[in-house]
Write a protein that binds this ligand. Structure first.
Ligand SMILES: [Zn+2]
Length: 417
């Protein structure tokens, strides 16, 4: 159902106008928020130029952000302009937190940031394969972090959680092969656990959103992101839109078959990319060759020292990934291919092998301009994906916008049903 028809036309079409107005105001707030995040210290005049909003609208939006303690004004030294000195506007460090979480069977990674996504606290705790334990851990870590930093829970503007698995559109986890979970109402469980707004998505799709907001794909409309952690996830943006597929399960590159009748995968199948190139798969393959390693950083160091087994296993993983990505690149013609997780940790070996596979398997004109690189989000890319989910979720909430600016009757129903 479209957003405009979500409220029903109960008052000779007036409700539809209200919803449209609410959406436009929401978009305006989002534009100003992101402009300030990317251009801190801008004046209202500069913000008007950055956002294309007229000065009257901009003043209202700035007032809304200020009323929510999200915005600070500071005097700015004159730069030779006559007239009143301009004020520099910033997203306020006192504006509260966004919290991002990577829910992984082995570890829980939590990053708390200011509202402009600057990390202020990072915590890693053991994971759990029990869904209630895992959800409980998320709640305790968020509460502990907030308390330790003197940030009241009411100042946590949103918690975003990236989950490895097939995530449906309503926050329902259909299958998490590496978590051993299926059919879990994960969003509902998290919302019961945490008394703050919570958002969930597939871990790689969340990370892709973060790449568009504060990573390597800020102005890139067409890209594919692939991350290797416990499993391998993919996300595809085309024309600036994340491709989710019918149920929301699109992007499962890890379960493309790369070896007929090959290694057993966590999904129950055989020969999946994930069974050769995920972090546990790479560690397992090296252990079988007498090179037990604790993590991919260790494997990368071994490879750097010229260890033949480490180089071979990493190159084979990257080659198999490359073969799968070549199909995606031929199909979708992206501008950029971004790799994260274990592939990024061992980029010195994996990127050249990946590039060679693309050279071999992608049609020349399509291959010519594809940029291949590592995620700009660092080791905590998935948790930063959670921050991105929380930020976008917060900016899409109609409730806080309404303070003092919307009439009460606009709160009656959600924007879309
Ligand atoms: Zn599989």
């Amino acid at each position: 159902m479209s957003a405009t028809s979500g409220r029903g036309l109960d008052h000779d079409g007036a409700a539809e106008v209200d919803v449209n107005t609410a959406i436009i105001r929401q978009l305006n707030v989002s534009r100003v928020f992101h402009a300030l995040r990317e251009h801190p210290g801008s004046s209202q005049r500069e913000l008007a130029a950055l956002t294309g909003l007229d000065r009257a609208t901009l003043s209202v939006v700035v007032g809304q952000l200020e009323a929510q303690t999200l915005l600070d004004r500071r005097p700015r030294p004159r730069r030779g302009r006559a007239g009143r000195p301009e004020e520099a506007l910033y997203l306020s460090p006192a504006g509260g937190w966004f919290v991002g979480v990577r829910l992984d069977p082995r570890e829980l990674h939590v990053v708390a940031t200011t509202v402009d996504a600057r990390p202020v606290a990072v915590r890693t705790v053991p994971g759990s394969s029990d869904v209630e334990d895992a959800v409980g851990h998320v709640g305790s870590v968020v509460r502990e972090l907030a308390e330790a930093h003197g940030v009241g829970l009411e100042r946590v503007r949103g918690v975003g959680v990236g989950v490895a698995g097939l995530m449906g559109r309503e926050g329902h986890l259909a299958l998490g092969p590496n978590l051993g979970w299926h059919d879990v109402p994960i969003l509902e469980l998290l919302r019961q656990e945490l008394a703050v707004p919570v958002y969930v998505d597939n871990d790689t799709k969340a990370t892709a959103l973060a790449e568009t907001l504060f990573g390597s794909c800020k102005n890139v409309m067409d890209f594919v992101l692939v991350i290797a952690h416990a499993g391998i996830g993919g996300a595809l943006y085309q024309g600036g839109m994340l491709q989710r597929g019918w149920h929301g399960y699109a992007g499962e590159l890890g379960h493309v078959k790369v070896v007929e009748g090959g290694r057993r995968c966590g999904c129950g199948g055989q020969g999946c990319l994930e069974a050769y190139a995920s972090e546990p798969a790479v560690l397992q393959r090296l252990a079988e060759r007498g090179r037990p390693c604790a993590d991919l950083t260790e494997v990368a160091a071994l490879a750097q020292d010229g260890d033949a087994a480490a180089v071979e296993v990493l190159e084979d993983a990257a080659d198999k990934l490359g073969r799968v990505l070549a199909t995606v690149v031929n199909l979708t013609n992206p501008q950029r291919v971004v790799v994260g997780g274990g592939f990024a940790r061992a980029a010195a070996v994996t990127l050249p092998a990946l590039e060679r596979a693309l050279d071999r398997d992608v049609l020349a004109p399509t291959r010519a301009d594809v940029e291949v690189g590592v995620s700009a989000l660092g080791q905590e890319e998935v948790a930063m994906g959670g921050v991105a989910l929380a930020m976008e979720g917060f900016l899409s909430l109609p409730s806080w916008l309404s303070t003092g600016h919307f009439r009460q009757r606009r709160h009656g129903a959600p924007l879309a049903s």
